[in-house]
Design a protein around this ligand. Sequence first.
Ligand SMILES: [Cu+2]
Length: 140
Amino acid sequence: MPTLSDPPGPAGDAQPSAPRPGGGAARTMLWSAICAFLVAGALYGPLKMATRDSGGGTARGERVSMAGVRFSPGTLLVERGTEVVFVNDDNLPHTVSAENGSVESGTLKPGDTFRLLVDGRLDYFCAIHPSMTASVDILA
Ligand SMILES: [Cu+2]
């Protein structure tokens, strides 16, 4: 019967050493995790906000969103001949109206889209909110 004497030894040893210190370590780890999460949030939050504030920025793509009474991105870069979709994600009506009069979407209600084949640089604005200006530029 040598096997009977083997198992109980370690089990009995583990009990005194495990309970309180183990709990403390788990607690510390939880706190580090929470702190890491908070720090990450503090760092990432402002970055994200900065990106959104420059919502008038430059981007490549085929989609322009109207939201918060502005076009986003403010400058869209596309290949010549790209079909660009303007989407009214706002809760106000807007238009896509070219500065030179070559394009006029008419009133786009919230949720409406306007598709346009872009063959050259387009500077446009919203006829309802003239402070909304943006452009589509052609990639060289
Ligand atoms: Cu508008």
